[in-house]
Design a binder for this molecule. Sequence first.
Ligand SMILES: Nc1ncnc2c1ncn2[C@@H]1O[C@H](COP(=O)(O)OP(=O)(O)OP(=O)(O)O)[C@@H](O)[C@H]1O
Length: 255
Amino acid sequence: MIEVNDIHKSFGDSKILKGISTTFEKGKTNLVIGQSGSGKTVFLKTLLGLFEPDQGSIIYDGTDYSDLTPDEKSDLRSKMGMVFQGSALFDSMTIAENVKFPLRMFTKQSKSEMNDRVDLVLKRVNLDDAHNKLPSEASGGMQKRVAIARAIVNQPRFLFCDEPNSGLDPRTATVIDNLIQEITHEYDITTIINTHDMNSVMEIGQKIIFLKNGIKEWEGSNKNIFKTDNEAVTDFVYSSDLFKRVQKMYLEEDM
Ligand SMILES: Nc1ncnc2c1ncn2[C@@H]1O[C@H](COP(=O)(O)OP(=O)(O)OP(=O)(O)O)[C@@H](O)[C@H]1O
C-alpha cells in the first residue's frame, strides 16, 4: 500500500503538483489519468523516489520514505518495478539479459538462480522462446512483455507503469493491461499506472485518480467514472463520441 499525503512539487517557479493526497491499495490496479501536462509523470517519478517532494509525505507499506537512511532508500527502490513508456530495453542485450539486469544490479544471486528466475518470469509473460532474441527482433507487444518481465523479476512490492499501452494496437493493449492486472493480483503488488487510454480505464481501473493542473480533481473506480457529474472528468472521458454513447447507455440503465 502507498499513502500519499499532501505532495507538492515545483520546478523553479512552476508549481507542478499542488497538494495531492490519496491511497493506493495492494493487489489493485490503480490508475492515474489526466490531460497531457497535468503532472502524471512527475507524480509517478515522485512516487518512485526520482523526484523529492517539496512538501508532504509518501508512506510505503507503513514506512515513511523521508525517515529512511540512504541504504534503506536504495533497498526500498530495489523493491520497485518500473515499466517505462516505450519499454526502454537495452538494444544490444538479448531479451534474457535485459530481464536479468535488475537481478545483477540489486541482488547477489548466483548465475543459476538468476537464470531460473529469468526463465520463470519470461514464461509468466508467455515469452518462453524469446531468451536469445534482441529487442529489435521483437514486436512492440513482445517488447512490452519483456519490460513487464524485467519489472517483476526482482519480486517488487510496488509496480509503476508509465503509459504501458502507448504505441500498441487496441487488442495488444488489452493483452498488456490484462497481464499487468493478473500479475498485480497474483503477486499482491501495489500497482500504479499512468494512462490516457479509456479502454484501460474501463478494463482495469479498480481505483482511478484524475489529475488536473497538479491537483487531484476526482477519484473513484471504473464502476463510477461514467456516472460522475464532475465536469473536468466528463470533459476528459467523453472527449470521444464513443464514450458519450457509453455514458448515455449507463445512465439509461440506471433509469
Ligand atoms: N524535470 C522537469 N523540470 C521542469 N519541468 C518539468 C520537469 N518534468 C516535467 N516538467 C513539467 O511538468 C509539467 C507536467 O509534466 P508531466 O510530464 O508530469 O505531464 P503528464 O501529465 O505526464 O503529461 P503526458 O501525458 O503528456 O506525459 C509539464 O509542464 C512539464 O513541462
